[in-house]
Design a protein around this ligand. Structure first.
Ligand code: HEM
Length: 405
């Protein structure tokens, strides 16, 4: 491989999986490599763990708000809309907002959802168990994330399909198979805003014990969220919590099938489950990159960065940094310690990390114990994207089993 071959904008490369040989080369030889772009100014690639931590923790020098968190450049008008999402805010605005929503995402609140999530996982596995085959992404992985997010938000059962469909339309991908027109996407975001508004109004009048009630009625420094802030938050949750957890679920099953020794360990000893979930998150962290923008000239990893430069953190690379992880390319469910950064670090640390962990433990526990011999029954088709390490189709077969309920 020649360094000149590296092009992280080339989505076709990602069709075959994460280009780990490129990242390995970058970590060793050019840890802050400059990536040029045909439609954009180019960007610095953060490939090492320590640099990623430094960037994520310094919200003054490396802003989420100045240019948003996507690599592509957006106009000022679109930035105003993006900045309504917490993901694209900087402190102090971000901290204020985050304090309020943290009240709705406490470990206790997530723990309350646990038994519902376990029940849902059982039902999902029941729905395929007798068939002996499934299309894993649609039949299994995509089900739990939205169901449990809707549960947490307090979306009534009869509206869940509506919210699920809107959220799927909104996850705009580069993948031609999933492309929707700008008009459809715009309609879906209007639909999501309208739905959020309706539910928010209901919970203002009749508060319950759900996240929407906490958000519309809670106050920070004597102020409540206004309609735009609340609706944007609802939309962010539906987007951020859907594709990510779906991806990790699919990647987990792919990895366990590809590493039968590791699966056998897990089948024999279910106490290894939470370690296995962490190792999947390290090995295939779902989110491939997020961006920051430098707000002043600075130095990073020995490289001079100029004010206004884009700085992009590559999570699959930092999670395999040799200085942090022994034998990083080995998938080892007993790895300890395992301080991966799949959920980011610092001020923007993933709000849904607790919820995602509960879901992943529940669904994988159910699958491994009840259908321990899942095998590939066709090629694994990956998402055409350098943002989400998704799988769009994975046909599996297994020995049919009875339902649990
Ligand atoms: C395994 C699944 C998930 C992964 C890998 C993941 C990954 C991430 C990462 C890397 C960030 C940091 C962004 C940054 O530094 O700019 C983040 C932020 C965020 N995530 Fe997740 N996420 C997952 C699941 C979820 C779920 C289930 C939810 C909601 C229910 C969620 C909601 C959010 C939100 C709201 C933020 C922004 C937080 C902030 O700006 O303070 N995520 N996530």
């Amino acid at each position: 491989m020649l360094p000149g071959d590296i092009n992280l904008n080339d989505l076709f490369v990602f069709d075959d999986g994460i280009p780990h040989d490129w990242f390995r080369w970058m970590r060793a030889n050019d840890p802050l490599r400059w990536q040029s772009e045909t439609e954009g100014a180019g960007y610095w690639c953060v490939s090492r763990y320590d640099d990623a931590v430094a960037v994520s923790r310094d919200n003054v020098l490396f802003s989420s708000s100045a240019g948003g968190t996507n690599i592509f450049e957006v106009g000022e008008e679109q930035l105003v809309v993006l900045r309504a999402l917490m993901l694209n805010m900087d402190p102090p605005d971000h901290s204020k907002y985050r304090r309020l929503v943290n009240k709705g995402f406490t470990p206790a609140r997530v723990a309350n959802l646990r038994s519902g999530i376990v029940n849902m996982s059982r039902e999902i596995v029941d729905s395929i168990a007798e068939r002996g085959e499934c299309e894993f992404v649609d039949d299994v992985a995509s089900q739990l994330p939205m169901m449990s997010i809707c549960d947490m938000l307090g979306v009534p059962a009869e509206d869940r399909r509506h919210v699920y469909d809107l959220s799927n339309t909104l996850i705009g991908f580069d993948d031609p198979e999933f492309q929707v027109s700008d008009e459809d996407r715009m309609n879906a975001s209007v639909g999501m805003f309208e739905y959020a508004q309706k539910l928010g109004d209901e919970r203002r009048a009749n508060p319950g014990d759900d996240l929407v009630s906490v958000l519309v009625n809670g106050e920070v420094d004597g102020e409540k969220l206004n309609d735009l802030e609340f609706n944007s938050f609802f939309l962010l949750i539906a987007l951020a919590g859907n594709e990510t957890t779906r991806t990790v679920t699919s990647q987990a099953m792919r990895l366990l099938i590809e590493h039968p020794d590791q699966r056998a360990l897990l089948v024999d000893d279910p106490s290894l489950l939470s370690g296995a979930v962490e190792e999947v998150l390290r090995y295939n962290p779902a989110v491939i990159h997020f961006r920051r923008t430098a707000t002043a000239d600075t130095q990073l990893g020995g490289q001079a960065i100029k004010k206004g430069d884009k700085v992009v953190i590559w999570y699959p690379s930092i999670n395999r940094d040799e200085s942090m992880f022994d034998d990083p390319d080995t998938f080892d469910i007993r790895r300890s310690p395992n301080e991966h950064l799949a959920f980011g670090v610092g001020e923007h640390f993933c709000l849904g990390a607790n919820l995602a962990r509960v879901q992943l433990n529940a669904i994988l526990g159910e699958l491994v114990s009840r259908l321990p011999d899942m095998e590939f029954a066709g090629p694994v088709r990956r998402l055409h994207s350098n943002f989400i390490d998704g799988i769009k189709e994975m046909r599996l077969s297994f020995t049919p089993q009875g339902k649990a309920t």
